[in-house]
Design a protein around this ligand. Structure first.
Ligand code: NDP
Length: 350
């Protein structure tokens, strides 16, 4: 019954894929990927895509990749032709135009249109090429600004979004609905995942475009190196945030490809948060900064708390494995090895 539902197209399959999935079928132990599956990882040079590639390769899958120069995923015809020629068993969509607050608020057109175009090309192209499994990566920014904490998947489309990244979030929400629509209309076994803040090897340390954790690593490293007495951070230090090592995300992606087949996008996080003040303490210790940490309370704090409810994912048996302090230390070592002494390569990519 389960395997039948997964791959059969047409209106008859609607019964299997709408929200009427039973708890039992959602958590089926049937493996939805053959052990020798060929998997196209779109965006394999990014933070997420590179981790997914490492994980899938280590577990014996054959990973297919294309650089942006070889295949611009905004080009629907070229993407469809590539997927028809390769006919992978599965696709992981980790290619996206991604950036921090500054980039999002400066270039909303590109954040909306590039992401819509990439999703349209890859999801429609995969369906045309009879790709059986697809995992689309979204983001926790799809949830309303004032969501209940921890944020359940059911919070989607229940309130206004954070205005600074609305264009990006709307594009990602369109991707979720696109995946759900392929499930409903064609019985496609496509799913989506919503990760929390990620960090790890391959992260972007560019001062203008980086997320909070690599930005802190860089600032504390430079302060320790230059013997500065104080690092001054924006806000009060009291907002709470959640961080997940990207290798833990990659293991969740593999699990979802193998075991999850439902309409509902799945939150991926570690299930625990900490204050920015606590995070700064960890980064200071890792980087060897022994000065004062000050807080500029005239600057905005942002949302007081942002934590995902990950009970849907943990019900599948997944647990994160990399403690934050350990992951931050490993990421710091990676950055030192790859770019710290080469400013021109701040956002070095694999
Ligand atoms: P990165 O910017 O690190 O990587 C994005 C990748 O997409 C790059 O390899 C880039 O190629 C590729 N890409 C972008 N545009 C195109 C295009 N037109 N054609 C082909 N390839 C393209 O992003 P992340 O790995 O951080 O993010 C991946 C996904 O994970 C996104 O959907 C994001 O929303 C999600 N996510 C990320 C979080 C994070 O904290 N980083 C948190 C939550 C979700 P190139 O190398 O050539 O630039």
């Amino acid at each position: 019954m389960w395997a039948d539902c997964v791959n059969r197209g047409g209106p008859g399959s609607q019964r299997c894929h709408n929200s009427g999935m039973t708890e039992h079928s959602t958590q089926s132990q049937a493996d939805l990927l053959p052990p020798d599956a060929r998997i196209f990882v779109a965006g394999h040079r990014g933070l997420v895509g590179s981790a997914v590639q490492r994980r899938l390769t280590a577990d014996g899958y054959q990973v297919l990749t294309r650089t942006r120069d070889q295949l611009d995923l905004r080009d629907a015809a070229a993407t469809a032709a590539y997927l028809r020629a390769e006919r992978p068993d599965a696709v992981v969509l980790a290619a996206a135009k991604v950036g921090g607050i500054l980039a999002n608020s400066s270039y909303p057109v590109q954040f909306l249109e590039d992401n819509l175009r990439i999703q349209l090309s890859v999801v429609a192209g995969a369906h045309q090429a009879d790709v059986r499994r697809l995992l689309l990566l979204g983001s926790s920014c799809i949830y309303p600004r004032l969501s209940p904490q921890p944020i359940p998947e059911s919070a989607l489309l229940t309130g206004p979004l954070e205005p600074t990244n609305e264009a990006y979030a709307i594009a990602k929400i369109a991707g979720i609905v696109q995946v759900q629509s392929y499930r409903r209309q064609y019985g496609a076994s496509y799913v989506s995942a919503m990760p929390t803040n990620l960090y790890g090897p391959g992260d972007n340390f560019d001062p203008l475009g980086s997320h909070v954790l690599p930005a802190l690593i860089r600032r504390f490293h430079e302060a320790a190196r230059d013997g500065l007495p104080e690092v001054l951070l924006w806000g009060s230090g009291s907002p709470r945030r959640e961080f997940l090592h990207v290798d833990d995300l990659a293991s969740a992606c593999e699990l979802l490809l193998r075991r999850y087949d439902d309409d509902v996008p799945v939150n991926v996080g570690c299930g625990a948060d900490l204050t920015i003040r606590e995070l700064a303490g960890i980064v200071a210790e890792v980087t060897g900064f022994t000065g004062e940490i000050g807080y500029d309370r005239s600057k905005p704090d942002g949302t007081p708390r942002k934590l995902l409810d990950v009970s849907r994912l943990t019900a599948l048996g997944w647990r994160p494995r990399i403690p934050l302090a350990e992951g931050v230390a490993a990421t710091y070592r990676w950055w030192l090895e790859h770019s710290a002494d080469h400013p021109a390569r701040d956002s070095v990519r694999r």
